[in-house]
Design a protein around this ligand. Structure first.
Ligand code: 1GP
Length: 246
């Protein structure tokens, strides 16, 4: 699809991409959109708890930023025709089959009707995700940080299923992010695009994650608290991207 090609080009040419997550329930979404429009490569829209005015918020964010707007649905109600694409995902390490397969299946026909481009993605819940909202809601059997190879084999499995994206998720507001070794082994084993998010709050940490193998860095909480922080984040991510390509 068009959006996926665009993102792949950015990853290929710049070594890494930067996504900003906006929770549709966030009150200052206009302010965030305004600040991030010159720095993020794409906006992802989603949240695990409650969604109000998803159509309107998505439409406005698209108008303000002019960036690709990609849905990151927390459930079957997380889709709108106002977006460009959707992360079509399986929470592979949930204990509940609803989050592995039923929710995406129930959402599939709506996605088709809306004509949204789909990016097939494995969503993997990593420690300390259990302490965050998505871990609780998604009944995640969290992958311990000390067992990077488990994330690696899930990523490999995802690639064999034909998925082209893996999201290593520590959870929004996580006390600490996914470790570098886990990112490295996931990238090495799968060869597909690795998105890393949850608990990334400084440019230095973002730099390390990209150098370890992350293709995409996501920040949500940081951007909500300090929308201006995106400028330094972008610099670090792109610097790491170029250093990685060398
Ligand atoms: C959550 O990975 C994202 O899905 C972002 O996490 O809010 O901690 O940046 P933060």
């Amino acid at each position: 699809g068009e959006i996926e090609s665009k993102l792949n080009n950015i990853i290929e040419e710049e070594g890494a991409a930067y996504f900003v997550l906006i929770d549709p329930d966030e009150k200052n979404y206009r302010e965030i959109a305004n600040h991030v429009k010159d720095y993020a490569d794409a906006i992802i829209i989603g949240g695990s708890i409650g969604i109000i005015n998803l159509d309107e918020v998505t439409k406005e964010i698209k108008e303000i930023t002019g960036l690709p707007v990609i849905l990151f649905p927390g459930n079957v109600d997380g889709v709108t025709k106002e977006a460009d694409a959707v992360l079509f995902m399986s929470l592979m390490n949930s204990k509940n089959t609803y989050w592995n397969m039923t929710a995406p299946t129930l959402g599939a026909l709506t996605i088709k009707k809306y004509g949204l481009e789909t990016l097939p993605m494995a969503y993997l819940g990593i420690e300390p995700i259990s302490k965050t909202a998505v871990g609780f809601v998604g009944e995640v059997n969290e992958i311990p940080q000390k067992k990077p190879e488990i994330a690696g084999i899930y990523s490999l499995s995802a690639s064999y299923f034909g998925m082209r994206w893996v999201y290593l998720e520590a959870g929004s507001g996580a006390e600490y992010p996914v470790n570098n070794e886990m990112i490295g082994v996931s990238k090495k084993l799968s060869g597909i695009n690795i998105i890393v998010g949850g608990g990334i709050r400084t440019p230095e940490v973002a730099y390390e994650k990209v150098m370890s193998g992350a293709d995409v860095i996501v920040t949500g909480t940081l951007t909500e608290k300090d929308p201006k922080a995106v400028e330094e984040m972008k610099k670090a991510i792109k610097k790491a991207g170029m250093d990685k390509l060398k």
